[in-house]
Design a protein around this ligand. Sequence first.
Ligand code: ATP
Length: 478
Amino acid sequence: MEHAGNQLFASLEELADSRYTEIFELLHTGIALLSDQGVFLYANRAFMELFGFAEDIRGHHVSQLFLTSEQGVMEAIRTREMTVCSSITANNSQGVSFRYPLLDAEGDLLGIIIEAVPTNIDRDKLGNLLSTIKNLEEKANYLEHKLLKKSGMLYSFDSIVGESAVMLEMKRLGRRFAKNTEPVLLSGESGTGKELAAQALHMASPRSTGPFVAVNCAALPHELVESELFGYAGGAFTGAKSSGMKGKFELADTGTIFLDEIAELPLTVQAKLLRVLESGEIQKIGQSGTLHMDFRLIAATNRNLLSLVDEGVFREDLYHRLNILELTIPPLRERTSDIPLLVRYFVEATMGARAAQEISISNEVYRLFSCYPWRGNVRELRNVLTSALYSMEADEKVVSAQHLPGRFFKDMADAPEEREAGWSGQKLSQASAQAERKAVLSALASAKNNKSKAAKLLGISRNNLYKKLRVLGLRPNE
Ligand SMILES: Nc1ncnc2c1ncn2[C@@H]1O[C@H](COP(=O)(O)OP(=O)(O)OP(=O)(O)O)[C@@H](O)[C@H]1O
């Protein structure tokens, strides 16, 4: 269907003006051709009768003639996907219309074909039916999402969201490292997606059919770390299970073990880990023999391991054993071009694909996001968005600054500025703009983004505040 037109006609206008439309006159289904802007080029007799049009409708925009269908046509133009909705004309006739976008061989939009069939169902019933279908679709999306999570689907490099140059380079290097057998050290601030990268490394490796076992070293009490990692033999100590317990390394046999926050391992366990890495053998607590295990280690840290080595809390020999292939996940503030993609991804994950299509994000929010420090990285972005989406009213469709949580503005105002000893190299005008920006953001934070209250706190008029927001690149859209 999509490419049907491009063999015969260079444009829909040409088709509309040709004698081929006579075929449409024979049909009982309403057919209309619209330009890529939503203007009627042609409508057959059935279409005219179905919607009760007496006058020629060519040259009219869809929104002039239909009350509810404009959205569907415009959606098909925007998304280039088929849409279906009930159509109500200005004179109250109705039908169900399918809108097919017609693309040329290069994927450019030629226009839209509407196929309309009459319906005897009354307007309210049809509306209910369509909204039931929409709800069911949303439920199906949600369940699919849950199912994927339950079935333990792991991320791949393709499913990690991010197209910025630094992320593309990270993925390229990751795919190469995945083929290797040496340990990988993932470094990056908290919330950058190190666990996702560890899963992707596993999935891109020849061990992808084996287990992926993740251990958060910071979450394990010191006295339990050793038995969790290496397991114990039956009756090894008081309170131990008589059957003994397999450790995480044993569970990861033929697969990958991911040790998150490796810097938190106690020194005694670090020594044991080094032996395991060098020999590939594990020794369970209370067992004299060793077991050979076939695992690949991926470790992650958000701390500077080298300075921990200097402080004497991380073994230098283990550091060198781990730091053969290092993969760094850049902080979000260094890849702000990924923010719109991540935002769309999280809006969909929160609302479901269908409902997410109706939600848009104001330019002001994007501007704020691009200069926010994102100390909690992608995790923080997800949390800020979730909070904004849940604070919107049911009929609101645009996420604007007023929906952002108060702590967002507070963090923005508190963001440390780069300070140098002596003169900062700033002109007086730059320094005072920075100070003003900070004051304005603090006031907005205290006033929960209420502009009138913030203006009062700053001792300026509301108009003046708007002017300042504009000058500082923070102009709200409302
Ligand atoms: N590129 C991304 N695409 C999609 N989701 C992401 C991305 N990066 C991070 N996330 C999401 O952000 C959250 C934090 O990711 P993850 O746990 O992998 O970070 P981390 O670097 O391991 O954090 P920590 O150091 O605190 O353990 C998760 O919910 C994850 O799904």
